[in-house]
Ligand binder design. Structure first.
Ligand code: GLU
Length: 404
């Protein structure tokens, strides 16, 4: 994984015209914290879980990025994700470096009490790494506002003062920000509105893979905008109706039955089929590496909005570019989440809380400015990913030059 990042940096670094020493600095994480969390389970047995926090680069500000609870978590994966947070935070120009944390655990196997003990143990293990001016965690895969609340409570107990800005993605009553819950989808929506204007596509037809926080909220935003959402899916499979799905009904079905596939009146399709439907806008909002060499030739969408992290493999990406598909890269498309995390942190630090409309207006402005900046750095609309990377590396390089 690190070799990939190093190769990537050499290529982008060259096209961004940055010095070799900057590439060298960015090729390795600044700091890696590791621990083994030992937890007493409800039945009295003891289990251990490997845990990590990586501060990849802090040239632009304190480290920022989520904590994931997932069985596949490794030091390498968390390090790579912390690198991508460094890039993402620079793309949207918020005053942070990049970080990420994780615990190798399947949280679905834990009771609520076990999950609480694990969350608190995580904070105890890494307490000296965190702080409102040092490193600010947030939710990521399989972590949520309740987990943020336990972590905040543990941290405040350790430091013996209130410090709500230590963590973002908190419940509103503990200092969370309005709009944070839908921020990833909304940020992607603001960007794609601009993209669609640039490619002269009004009211696109839409297919969305993944119906978690990002996918389901995007589906609602799209249907509220009068766009025809013709297919959605979750891990159990997908549904397709060329006349458009009733998204409120799909949301209800997901909530009541646990999956979108129980929606009535649509054709069942596979996750694989969804990606190759004849739509204007395709939104991968689930897992990584779903658009690959194997299926990319069948992809018919004109625009792809990467709400998931890393849904397109580099090989597939090159082919999409040749086909003239406009891909909004993950580091821009899903940066709305961390952007509202930044707003949350600002509100915690000033003690002044913003209305919903104000958060939305600020998010819209940030995302639209980031898109404009990325566009200016890109040769054309099929090369937004390269542009975003170049822009981010230039921004981090500029901060590094002042420090060294
Ligand atoms: N986990 C989210 C991301 O990957 C949000 C991070 C944050 O809010 O700090 O962008």
């Amino acid at each position: 994984m690190m070799e990939k990042i190093q190769a990537f940096l050499r290529e982008v670094g060259r096209s961004a015209g940055v010095e070799d020493w900057i590439i060298e600095v960015l090729s390795k994480p600044e700091k890696v914290y590791k621990a083994t969390l030992t937890i007493k389970m409800d039945d009295g047995t003891i289990r251990t879980f490997p845990a990590y926090r990586v501060q990849y680069n802090t040239a632009r500000g304190p480290a920022k990025g989520g904590i994931r609870f997932h069985p596949n978590v490794t030091e390498e994966e968390v390090t790579a994700l912390a690198f991508w947070m460094t890039i993402k935070n620079a793309v949207v120009n918020i005053p942070y470096g990049g970080g990420k944390g994780g615990v190798a655990v399947n949280p679905k196997e834990l009771s609520r009490n076990e999950l609480e003990r694990l969350s608190r143990a995580y904070v105890r293990a890494f307490a000296e790494a965190f702080g409102v001016d040092k490193d600010i965690p947030a939710p990521d895969v399989y972590t949520n506002p309740q987990i943020m609340a336990w972590m905040l409570d543990e941290f405040e107990t350790i430091v013996r003062r209130k410090e709500p800005g230590f963590i973002t993605g908190k419940p509103i009553s503990l200092g969370g920000s309005l709009v944070r819950d839908i921020a990833t989808a909304l940020g992607g929506f603001y960007v794609v509105e601009e993209v669609l204007r640039d490619v002269d596509l009004e009211k696109p037809t839409v297919a969305i893979q993944g119906f978690g926080n990002a996918g389901s909220n995007f589906a609602r935003l799209a249907s509220e905008a009068g766009w025809k959402v013709i297919a959605v899916s979750d891990s159990k499979g997908g549904i397709y109706d060329p006349d458009g799905l009733d998204i409120e009904e799909v949301l209800r079905t997901k909530k009541e039955t646990g999956s979108v596939i129980n929606y009535e009146g649509a054709r069942r399709i596979s996750n694989e089929e969804l990606l190759t439907l004849d739509v204007d806008l395709l939104v991968p909002a689930a897992i990584e590496n779903v658009i690959t060499e194997k299926n990319v030739e069948e992809v018919k969408a004109k625009v792809i909005l990467e709400l998931a992290n890393g849904p397109t493999t580099p090989e597939a990406d090159r082919i999409l570019q040749k086909k003239g598909v406009v891909v909004v890269p993950d580091v821009l498309a899903n940066a709305g989440g961390v952007t509202v995390s930044y707003f949350e942190w600002v509100q915690n630090r000033t003690g002044e809380y913003w209305k919903e409309e104000e958060v939305k207006r600020k998010l819209s402005e940030k995302m639209k400015t980031a898109y404009k900046d990325v566009k200016e750095e890109s040769e054309d609309l099929t090369k937004l990913r390269e542009g975003a990377y170049r822009l981010a590396v230039k921004r981090v390089a500029e901060a590094l030059r002042w420090r060294f």
